[in-house]
Design a protein around this ligand. Structure first.
Ligand code: XLS
Ligand code: NI
Ligand code: NI
Length: 472
């Protein structure tokens, strides 16, 4: 789940550890938010230093390209800076000494400074944010935009000084009560208009900050009962919002990509952007193909009952694999646990698809991940990101090794050789009929295809990935 902006703390922060921490901060003379670490650097697989990379060596090349350019890591502002780690049953636990818990602009700026210190020290080149993560909502949209512009100016200065880049921006269209029944799909036209106005400004700020992309995640674009929702009308409205965003992008001169992020449920019971295939169908129906591509999140794939690899391959096959929200969930519960993607095998499978589709253009790997509630120390922000970055660096090397090895690709090609015959090609090109195919097989005993040999292929995968060759 995403906790952001006004919804950061379900329970009063004054009741939690965070409040004690803020008081301690105010009484202290600390000038750095993360004084316990200088800079996380590559030390190699043998290191015992928990603040070092074992696999991520940003400038080392894999297949002729530096790791940092393959992976395009981003930290997200919402979980990193705004998630107090409260849950529906318990108060926030996160220690955030740099944050006094208020919406004062000075607090927003201090928080941004802590974030840029984090990016620098953790060697993360990019970031993502929602408009309401970085600046509060005021009485009117005009006032809200003015505060957002003020904070964005500060971001621009910090980006300039540090060389950090914006992967993507987005608008929070789900936290405020006005969006309780959706934003682009709200039954209330004024709410729809507000959503459009908010997206307009969030796109403008993203453009100003040189973002590579802009994301639409429709957390409340869905319903809990069809008794009070006109589904086809909702979908048509959502398409209208996206078409206006495409027009606005042209008017702005924004060169980045527009992404939709599928998710089947949570917070809505039924969400319209269920999975990659559903979203692609929607884009095709509404003339949005090629204008909007997909941002695929691992935990959302899990919720939709798919493997991440399935979602990525569906998107890639349509030429619509835009970006990735790199996290992972647990199959044991039905919600978005947003864990750091620390699983090396999962990261390898993701990177196999990324390499096969030619790599990221506008997208990257955004850690849409949060710490466990028990991991409440600022140090844990580093450990989560380091573990995720190392997993993906390993995955990149292993995926490149699988491609260089070539056995799996060869086995896949071999399985389809019968389709490379004249007959196969004619069928593929639409030049065959039922009558012809019936004549062909009528007097033959057609037996089974060659063995799928899944276990042999899995063993080969293991040999390349784990038996030394996937590592450096
Ligand atoms: C929530 C989504 C959200 C989007 C950005 O589950 O993953 O974080 O990535 O709005
Ligand atoms: Ni999510
Ligand atoms: Ni996400």
């Amino acid at each position: 789940p995403l906790v952001t902006g006004v919804q950061t703390c379900a329970l009063p922060i004054s009741a939690g550890i965070a409040a004690c921490a803020a008081a301690a901060w105010q009484n202290s003379r600390m000038t750095a938010a993360f004084p316990f670490v200088d800079r996380v650097r590559f030390e190699g697989p043998g290191t015992r230093n928990p603040f070092a990379f074992r696999h991520y060596d940003p400038d080392a090349t894999v297949d002729g390209k530096p790791m940092r350019d393959h992976l395009r890591f981003a930290a997200c502002y919402w979980h990193t800076m705004r998630n107090g780690l409260g849950d529906p049953f318990g108060m926030p636990t996160a220690l955030m000494p740099w944050d006094d818990g208020t919406d004062a602009v000075t607090n927003c700026l201090r928080r941004a400074d802590a974030f840029f210190e984090f990016l620098e020290k953790c060697s993360i080149d990019r970031f993502c944010f929602h408009d309401r993560d970085v600046a509060p909502e005021m009485a009117t949209l005009r006032e809200t935009n003015a505060v957002l512009d003020r904070v964005a100016e500060h971001f621009a200065a910090r980006m300039q000084a540090s060389g950090k880049r914006l992967l993507w921006g987005t608008a929070c269209l789900f936290a405020h009560p006005r969006y309780m029944s959706g934003a682009g799909t709200s039954p209330d036209v004024k709410v729809f208009a507000h959503a459009c106005a908010q997206v307009k400004h969030a796109m403008e700020v993203t453009h100003r900050l040189g973002g590579d992309g802009y994301v639409f995640w429709g957390g409340r674009e869905g319903y809990s009962s069809l008794l009070n929702r006109d589904m086809p009308r909702d979908l048509a409205h959502m398409a209208r919002l996206l078409h206006m965003a495409v027009d606005w992008k042209a008017e702005l001169g924004f060169r980045g990509a527009l992404f939709i992020e599928p998710k089947p449920r949570e917070p809505s019971v039924h969400q319209y952007d269920f999975d990659a295939a559903t979203v692609l169908g929607f884009l095709r129906e509404h003339g949005l193909v090629g204008k909007v591509t997909l941002n695929i999140e691992t935990n959302h794939a899990t919720l939709a009952g798919h493997e991440m690899e399935h979602e990525l391959r569906v998107a890639a096959a349509a030429g619509a694999l835009g970006s990735i929200d790199a996290n992972m969930g647990t199959p044991h519960c039905g919600w978005d646990t947003d864990q750091y993607p620390t699983d090396y095998a999962l990261a390898t499978r993701v990177m196999e698809v990324v390499l096969a589709s030619g790599g990221f253009v506008h997208g990257g790997l955004n850690f849409d991940a949060k710490r466990r509630r028990e991991s409440w120390r600022p140090e844990d922000l580093f450990h989560g990101h380091i573990a995720g970055m190392d997993a993906f660096a390993f995955g990149l090397k292993a995926a490149a090794a699988l491609r260089a090895d070539g056995r799996l690709a060869a086995a896949l090609r071999a399985r389809y050789t019968s389709w490379d015959s004249d007959l196969g090609r004619r069928i593929e090109q639409g030049g065959a009929s039922f009558t012809e195919l019936e004549r062909l097989v009528a007097d033959e005993h057609v037996g089974p295809p060659a063995s799928g040999a899944q276990e042999r292929l899995e063993d080969t995968w293991n040999a390349v990935v784990w038996d030394g060759r996937g590592r450096r």
